[in-house]
Structure formats: C-alpha cells, structure tokens
Design a protein around this ligand. Sequence first.
Ligand SMILES: NC(=O)c1ccc[n+]([C@@H]2O[C@H](COP(=O)([O-])OP(=O)(O)OC[C@H]3O[C@@H](n4cnc5c(N)ncnc54)[C@H](O)[C@@H]3O)[C@@H](O)[C@H]2O)c1
Length: 334
Amino acid sequence: MIRVPVLLGDRSYDVLVGHGARHRLLEVLPDGAQRAAIVTQASIPWSVDAGIEQKVFTIGDGEDTKDLGTVEDLCRDFARWGLTRGDVVVAVGGGLVTDLAGFAAAMYHRGVPVVHVSTTLLGQVDAAIGGKTGVNLPEGKNLVGAYWQPHAVLCDTETLETLPPREYRNGLGELAKYRFLGAPDLLDLALDERVAACVRVKADVVASDEREGGRRMILNYGHTLGHAVEAASRFELRHGEAVAIGLVFAAELAWRLGRIDRARVDDHRATVAAYDLPMHIPPGIDLDEVRTFIGRDKKAVHGITWVLDGPSGVEPVRGVDPALVDECMEAVRA
Ligand SMILES: NC(=O)c1ccc[n+]([C@@H]2O[C@H](COP(=O)([O-])OP(=O)(O)OC[C@H]3O[C@@H](n4cnc5c(N)ncnc54)[C@H](O)[C@@H]3O)[C@@H](O)[C@H]2O)c1
C-alpha cells in the first residue's frame, strides 16, 4: 500500500493507494465512530465493510443525479437513520459519489466526517483528494459546493478492474494533465505507482493552497475550455475527454501568447494521443454555447482566468484577448 499524506495542519489526512485498499477502511475511520453511512451507487460492484454498524444509502447514476435534490434526499435519509457528528459518512464510488456524499457530509449537522473509497481512475487521481465537494445547477456544473476535507481516502486500484473502458479513458484525461504539472512520465509506471504519482502532485498543490487562492488553480489546467465543452456536449463527452481537448486548446493559446514554443504544443498533442484521447471539439457543438459556459466559469471573477503553460510552468493568466480565444477554438475544432 502506498501512503501519501495531504498536509493541512489539523485537517491532514492520508491517501492509501493500492490493490485492495478498501479493506483498510476500519483502520482509517475517525476514532470512536459509532456508525457508518455508506453512500454508493447500484452500478458499483464493490462493497465495503466498515467494521462498525453500517447502512448503505444508494444514490442514482449520471450527472443529473448530482443536484441539490439528491443532497436533500440523502440528508433526510441520514436524519431518519439518526446519523450524528460522532458517526461517519463513507463514499464508495467515483467523483460523482464523492462530490455529492462529501457535500452532504459537509452540510449535514454542519459537518460530519467523510471517508472516500474511490473506485474510478478519475476519482483516485483527482476528485477524491483535496476537499472540493459540490453539485450541479441547471446553469452549470459544480456551481454549488463546499470545501470539506475527507478524514482519509482509499484509492483501491482493484476496483478499477470493473470500470467500463470509457470511464477508464475518462480518468486518463486527468493523468495526461499531471504530465504538465510536474509528475514524471507515467506511461511506464505500474498502475499503483501511476495513481500515487498523481496523488502526490495533487496533495502537494492542495497543501500549498487549500482554497484556491492562487496555485491550486493549476489543477484546473485544461478545465476552463474542458468544462464548457463538456456542458455544451450535454455530457456526451466525459470529463476526461473534455479535459484532453482543453489541454490541447490551452497549449495553442499559450503558444499564441508567446508563452511556449511549438515543440511544447506538440508535446501536449503527443501526450493526449498517447492516452488515445480526443483533441478536437467534436462537430455539432455550438461554439457560442461554449463561450457562454466559459463566461460562467467559477474563476471568472474579473474576466476569465485561464490556466496556461509558460516559462515558469503552468499558472493562472488573466486579460487574454477574447479574439485569441476564438482563434484557438477554431484551431481545435474537428
Ligand atoms: N471534487 C473534485 O475535485 C473533482 C475533480 C474532478 C472531477 N470531479 C467530479 O467527478 C465527477 C465524475 O467522476 P467520475 O469520472 O469518477 O464518474 P462517476 O462517478 O459518474 O462514475 C462513472 C460511472 O462508473 C460507475 N463506476 C464507478 N466505479 C465503478 C467500478 N469500480 N466498476 C464499475 N463501475 C463503476 C459509476 O456508477 C458511474 O456509472 C464529476 O461530477 C466531476 O464534476 C470532482
């Protein structure tokens, strides 16, 4: 088992990565936890044994489930069961389950501890770590949420054996991202090491900027356009696929701004290609709609903040000419 600490003072926790990590659940539960509310989905063929009294709460599947209505349903179920702050919520699933159960845990009784048992590649390298929780509104993804650090995270690589190939590819989009954020070349590593290498980068960034005051924004590399394209595709494109397109777009934009050379753009394209991910905005996606979704990006405080590669690495960049953005969108259009 590989142990990666996330250092956040009295909210520090460990991420355990490895085959069968879910069997370590009892040892990572908060001291004295009496009962565990297990939140999962019917389509996830893995169960956990918390080693204390537990009850399973099953939520639906798909981004439509990730809304305030499901949070309310879950909190009402918790209340009927009598869950208290001395208990624990255990999220068993991908990013959807950990985002939603994490948010419900943050809200219920003004906060109960949550442990994430992540069962998707995207969840293990990204969503389960760092304490961002939340749900969607019809107006956009993840527009309502809270920072709520988990008590521990278990990344059980055995659970990835049943992950549908498309979901696996989806996680590869985030793996590709870490290549530009300081992770070593991951393609030659064993799966546990690959996941742990990404977790180390994420843990380091989160520890230095928990609430996205600055550096944490680099984790959104490829995401500003990615989120917009994902939403404009009505979630036909999976998150990781949209991020892959966003990485190539970001490289094109950085090149047009003179921040990187053409070889670095090619490096982005080669990395995305190595993971067999898309690098073009598919036909049928309305670019006007993509622009609208970009404008709603949570980082759009005073204009859009892009996250772009450059001489000192990936960093937030403001004040980019919208005409250049349009040019790059055309450049990555199929
Ligand atoms: N909080 C964050 O920092 C963060 C970061 C990135 C993404 N996210 C969020 O994560 C969500 C996407 O997460 P995801 O890609 O993990 O998708 P997901 O959670 O929707 O899971 C995809 C599908 O795989 C199924 N599944 C999960 N584990 C399985 C397994 N081991 N075997 C078989 N099927 C399994 C699920 O039931 C679901 O049908 C999005 O809502 C996104 O906004 C959050």
